[in-house]
Design a protein around this ligand. Structure first.
Ligand code: BGC
Length: 937
């Protein structure tokens, strides 16, 4: 930390394994990463040095350095994989990165990470549960309420263990997991803030554990470690398979926990789950992700999570052993325990009730103004003993203003509070979640807006991007896209949060991924999910359609679905620059491509297409073989490129040759000599263009035809899930951003703004989920919170605001700043890339267009400055040719192209609007450099 007092370059945003200050790292060689910022143009890192030390629980023991990279001359690196002394389990490490700029000045930043168990041998806890013979039957359904009888719902259970400490520990960590869902408490206080933990994995393959710092919760003397266990994905209802309602993995939940205590005198103690725990039925009569949760306050056991001495018998708050039984030990198997890699689900935001309307004597309708995934917290008043308060949830209202729940299918999404003696109670279910905007509360004579709050749940992936523009409709669309992401990143990337589905559908995830990565840092979230995708691969190499895989949901991946196993790791590599995404997945990617190839030796993918969903929910069908073969080529090509990045030359050549052959087969079977793609649909051309499947001379005719089709439709959209994300980027690349803008502005279906005109606050599953003429689409499949069609979000950043990464670049080493103003007045975007902050902002006024660009240190950017007169562009007030750090590359219709190094730039140019309007847009396809897609590089 020497040198210049205001160094040009400074590291910030330190992450380990893509997480800030993580507890419980299980990777023996985690990635240590930093971002760079700079106040000076052209600043770049010349070298870096990373050092790592242990941080002992007892400061007296002193730190020990375990790694020093030494000075590494590398202008590009913004991360390094730990390669020091073997990491020890359950140990905190402090690390520091010092970066030295080209000017010789050094700046440093520090962070920490902590390892988890690092292997099954570290564990000593037993799996424990309640005596299932002691379970009671759920209340019989009341008229008009839930059909509980056939649900087989069972109570959540409570567990506790009292222990004594001679002194307060200097460090206390809780390592905990469940087959089911757990919530842990220490001395009456919540331990950790993870929700729906340990999350959904294929529990037959792995069970994630979490680690919490509970040092502040343990005291000298009597302590109680306690928890509640519910069914969750383990033994509750998951998905829609009618043959197997619930209990996909097991019948009853189990807990496994270890509390590790370090004392100032060097002693170390462990309190672990085992036969010395007590268990009891909890007041949670049942809790199910799809059905809802029922909390019966008459069964509350005061003081259950505190030491017996912590309350008084007279006040009824002391723990009494009544009804508690010794825990049943069900096993000591630790072989499947894995450290969680994703940020947990958390209660990330609270939404106030926007409106509360009385709809009956004891019934109120609450509108939170936003469709979201989560639960409510209800402050109930005026309760009489045994009274039931029932909360139902819905995304929409029917024509009579009541809850519209038909589209939830068998997900009851109903929570019930049964009152005890107290006239007031706060009810917030913990082991369920719903997708909803409206809640109907029955059983309370009075309900004020202040009495009810929406609690938003999702994986706590840090926000990375922001977009705004002058069109309020487009801004609302952008917000709906973000809410779609938030509502569907709940443990795994789901299709929807409301109905009896909520599955990790692979195509939904891959088409939305580029947008998701711009909105938030989803590296760790997807690293976690990819374990499920790989784990669900069949021995023959078929990726699944959903991950975690689920018996009964069509197992063998369909085109575009199974291919997510290739596309997702590749895209994550491109965004985050971490080769581990490729190294971890390359074998699986190869096996998938081999599987498709083996069954389709003539290179047209006709066989083993799984449930072939084609261009799902498209208004106009694209021939199935066109869709499938395009994806075959795409997966083979990306597998070759992944192999290339990893230096696996044989595989690179083999899959590269296969990709070329599949492209040739595509052209031979599906492309006419004048560039028509079989079926003549938007999606056919989009796939062919975006995936580079057309012979050189046919790209422009195909692009032209695509534009014609879009124009002929209105301009309009005829794509489904697989085509939609490509529409705007491909039209843009083909010189027709005007058409992309036209689609964006459209308000009748199919369009992005149609749902917003009908009150949508999230993206709908279907273009016509509701229309004025017909009302709601078929209830059997009509989610109002599916993110797939929200994949236009990528182009809002990359096209409208112009913030993107150049083809061929990884980890934002080379940016592509190419705003497409259309008829907007201004737009801006900011993105926290792995290298540092990227910003673009443009605005037009008085015939002038200004473009501001910020490029992080170590990156370069190709900037297309929209300009009516490309020769007259200025930067920082001087002609662009004279500006420092700017290299002019050339001009194109309506823009000047230049390359800039890191730093902040302000371009000004004559507003291109007039010039662009004058040019016949279709002509652009035949001029300039021609379309350039990622696949070409
Ligand atoms: C899901 C989709 C999924 C599809 C497969 C639907 O039920 O909600 O989003 O991709 O099935 O076609």
């Amino acid at each position: 930390m020497s040198g210049d007092p205001t160094p040009a370059l400074a590291p910030h945003g330190l992450r380990c394994a893509h997480l800030a200050e993580p507890l419980g790292i299980g990777d023996p060689a985690p990635l240590l990463a930093w971002r760079l910022s700079s106040s000076r143009r052209g600043a770049a890192q010349a070298r870096y040095r990373v050092r790592v030390w242990t941080v002992p629980a007892r400061p007296a023991e002193g730190e020990e350095q375990v790694w020093d990279t030494g000075e590494v001359a590398d202008p590009d690196a913004v991360s390094v994989r730990y390669a020091g002394a073997p990491l020890r389990p359950r140990t905190r490490y402090r690390w520091e990165v010092a970066v030295t700029g080209a000017d010789g000045a050094t700046a440093a930043a520090a962070s920490w990470f902590e390892t988890g168990m690092l292997g099954p041998a570290e564990w000593r806890a037993s799996w424990i549960t309640h005596d299932t013979g002691d379970l009671d039957v759920v209340d019989a359904p009341e008229e008009g309420e839930l059909a509980l009888a056939d649900h087989g719902l069972q109570p959540a259970i409570r567990l506790r263990r009292a222990f004594r400490t001679a002194a307060a520990p200097v460090r206390a960590r809780l390592y905990v997991t469940a087959r089911g869902l757990y919530e842990m408490r220490l001395n009456g206080r919540r331990a950790g803030d993870a929700e729906l933990a340990p999350g959904w994995t294929d529990y037959r393959d792995r069970v994630d554990y979490q680690v919490y710092d509970v040092t502040a919760l343990v005291t000298a003397g009597e302590n109680v470690l306690a928890g509640t266990l519910a069914d969750g994905w383990w033994s509750g209802f998951v998905g829609f398979d009618p043959r197997r309602l619930g209990a996909h993995y097991g019948d009853f939940p189990e807990l496994l926990a270890e509390l590790h205590l370090d004392y100032a005198d060097g002693a170390h103690e462990v309190v672990a789950t085992g036969g010395d725990w007590l268990t009891r039925r909890s007041p949670v009569r049942y809790a199910d992700l799809l059905k809802g949760e029922c909390h019966d306050l008459r069964r509350e056991t005061p003081g259950w999570d505190r030491p017996a001495s912590g309350g008084t018998a007279s006040s009824g708050t002391a723990f009494s052993g009544t009804g508690w039984l010794p825990a049943q030990v069900t096993g000591t198997d630790h072989g499947l325990l894995t450290a969680a890699v994703a940020p947990p689900v958390r209660a990330v935001e609270e939404l106030p009730a926007r409106a509360v309307t009385r709809t009956g004597a004891d019934r109120h309708l609450v509108d939170f103004g936003q469709n979201f995934a989560g639960r409510v917290r209800l402050h109930a008043r005026g309760l009489t003993p045994g009274a039931r308060v029932v909360i139902r949830h819905a995304e929409a209202l029917d024509d009579d203003g009541g809850l519209y729940t038909d589209n939830l299918r068998t997900a009851d999404a109903t929570d019930v509070l049964i009152a005890g003696d107290d006239p007031e109670a706060v009810f917030e279910p913990r082991f369920t979640y719903h997708g909803f905007r409206y809640a109907e509360v029955t059983g309370l004579a009075e309900l004020d807006a202040a009495d009810i709050t929406g609690v938003v749940l999702h994986n706590d992936t840090p926000w990375a991007g922001e977009f705004a523009c002058s069109d309020p409709d487009v801004e609302r669309l952008y917000q709906a896209i973000r809410w779609g992401q938030r509502s569907n990143f709940v443990s795994v990337p789901t299709d929807c949060p409301q109905r009896d589905e909520r599955l990790g559908w692979l195509a939904d995830a891959q088409v939305f991924l580029p947008t998701a990565c711009l909105n938030a840092d989803v590296a760790a979230f997807f690293a976690g999910w990819l374990r499920e995708v790989r784990g669900a691969q069949s021995p023959g190499g078929a990726f699944p359609n959903v991950a975690p895989r689920l018996a009964g949901v069509a197992d063998e991946g369909a085109p575009g679905w199974g291919d997510a196993g290739v596309i997702v790791p590749w895209h994550l590599y491109r965004v985050y620059g971490d080769e581990r995404f490729l190294a971890d997945n390359l074998d699986a990617m190869r096996a998938w491509v081999d599987h498709v190839h083996r069954h389709n030796p003539d290179l047209v993918w006709r066989h083993r297409v799984g449930p072939h969903f084609a261009d799902w929910l498209a208004p106009e069908p694209t021939p199935r073989e066109v869709v499938a073969t395009a994806y075959f080529a795409r997966s083979a090509g990306l597998t070759a490129r992944a192999a290339g990045v990893l230096g696996r030359r044989d595989a690179e050549e083999r899959y590269g040759a296969l990709a070329r052959d599949v492209r040739a087969a595509f052209a031979e079977h599906f492309v006419t000599p004048d560039g028509r793609v079989a079926g003549d649909t938007q999606t056919g051309y989009l796939l062919a263009l975006a995936f580079g499947l057309l012979p050189e001379g046919l790209v422009r005719p195909a692009a032209h035809r695509l534009a014609e089709l879009v124009e002929a439709a209105g301009p309009g959209i005829t794509t489904g899930f697989l085509g939609v994300g490509l529409l705007a980027p491909v039209l843009d690349e083909c010189g027709r951003p005007d058409l992309a803008h036209a689609l964006l502005r459209r308000t009748d279906p199919p369009s992005w703004l149609h749902p917003l005109r009908h009150g949508a606050t999230t993206i709908w599953e279907r273009w016509d989920g509701y229309t004025e003429e017909r009302g709601f689409q078929a209830a059997a499949m009509n989610s109002f919170n599916h993110y797939a069609l929200g994949s236009i979000g990528e182009w809002l950043y990359q096209g409208v605001a112009g913030l993107g990464q150049a083809p061929g670049s990884a980890g934002y080493r080379e940016l592509l700043i190419r705003p497409r103003p259309g008829e907007l007045d201004w737009a801006r975007a900011a993105y926290e890339s792995v290298r540092g902050t990227v910003r673009t902002a443009w605005a037009r006024a008085d015939g002038e267009l200004r473009l501001e660009v910020a490029v992080p240190p170590g990156a370069t950017a190709i900037v297309h400055v929209p300009a009516g007169d490309p020769g007259g562009v200025r930067e920082g007030g001087v002609p662009v040719a004279e500006a420092a750090g700017v290299e002019v590359l050339g001009t194109e219709p309506g823009a000047l192209r230049c390359r800039v190094s890191s730093g902040d730039y302000r371009f000004t140019a004559a507003d291109p609007a007039a010039a662009l309007r004058a040019a016949a847009p279709a002509a652009h396809i035949h001029r300039g450099a021609g379309p350039r897609f990622e696949e070409d590089t």
